[in-house]
Design a protein around this ligand. Structure first.
Ligand code: BTN
Length: 310
């Protein structure tokens, strides 16, 4: 790329050289690699992999997810999306952040959300369904993540752990937190929050044994822009089919079972009602996990499921 003088850039955008210098400094603080200074002119060395609406929107054209909101730093994209949905924001809004300072995981756990290394994404949905259908929607989001990862690197074999984790080589690469505002019989809105570990090289001590990233699993750096675009496209396909086709509910349960090594015949420990061990025995019609424990089959409603070696 060529060197361009500050004066020339200033003319293009209708400002002076000193303002151009200020803007260049601002771009650098955001991670854009710009070489040079006012005396030499400037050269763009590398554009960072930021999840900017202007970059993403053309890539997801034709889906329902073209209303993209981007934050450099936010508490939680799920909180932002829930607030916006509560204030009447339409279905299809996407909230993306480079960094979360209070990322939320399931069960009140934090979600580590280091700057620009992961994907922190929440979408607003307004399906006309009873609250009991939210679980299937959440399982569908797991399928969408699995297929987005495979579409970019078919060598990876992401596994689904009920209800919402995506694992590679037994370690967690993605978590999904689905939150809902509902009446007893009717959903008002749902926010599906997806956290994907993309380019992390290491993790905080508390999760270093159990977490992995796409970089660690594949050995190369991933484009987060490409992955978010693939994710929104596969989420769009899953969601459209789910709301348009009555039989799609069963197709999601079947495909989740096929894409998961946990759904059937797996020895697990379930952290629910004091905890118990058993062997998984498929999903019930609503998407809850069945576990055979002794001579009875128990239905896991919300507990954490872990592989059990014993
Ligand atoms: C889990 O515990 O497995 C769920 C993690 C969900 C994390 C995502 S990151 C984007 C969205 N915003 C949040 O605060 N949480 C979800």
């Amino acid at each position: 790329m060529v060197m361009v003088s500050g004066t020339k850039i200033g003319e293009e955008i209708g400002t002076g050289r000193s303002e151009v210098w200020r803007l260049v400094q601002q771009l650098r603080s955001l991670g854009v690699e710009v070489e040079g200074h006012p005396a030499t002119g400037y050269r763009l060395r590398a554009v960072p992999d930021l999840l900017l609406p202007d970059v993403l929107e053309p890539l997801v054209m034709g889906t329902q997810f073209t209303q993209i909101h981007h934050y450099y730093k936010i508490g939680s994209t799920n909180e932002a999306a829930m607030d916006a949905a509560g204030a009447g924001a339409p279905e299809g809004g996407v909230f993306l952040a480079e960094e979360q300072t209070a990322g939320k995981g399931r069960g009140g756990n934090p979600w580590h959300s280091a700057r620009s290394s992961g994907i922190y994404c929440s979408v607003i949905l307004r399906p006309q369904v009873p609250p009991s259908d939210a679980l299937v929607l959440s399982l569908a989001a797991g399928l969408a993540v699995q297929s987005a990862i495979r579409s970019i690197d078919s060598r990876l074999k992401p596994d689904l752990k009920w209800p919402n984790d995506v694992l590679i080589d037994g370690k967690k690469v993605c978590g999904i937190l689905t939150e809902m505002n509902a009446e007893a019989t009717r959903v008002r809105h749902i926010v599906v929050g997806i956290g994907i570990n993309v380019n992390q090289r290491k993790f905080p001590d508390e999760v270093s044994e159990t977490a992995t990233s796409l970089l660690l699993a594949s050995g190369s750096v991933w484009s987060r822009v490409e992955l978010v675009a693939a994710l929104l496209k596969s989420l769009d396909r899953e969601y459209r089919d789910l709301v348009a086709t009555p039989g799609d509910h069963d197709s999601i349960l079947r495909r989740f079972g096929e894409g998961s090594s946990y759904v059937r015949g797996r020895k697990v420990r379930v952290e629910e009602n004091g905890g118990f061990e058993g062997v998984t025995d498929g999903l019930d019609a609503r998407g809850f996990l069945r576990v055979r424990s002794g001579d009875r089959v128990r239905t896991v409603l919300s507990g954490t499921v872990r592989p059990f070696v014993g």
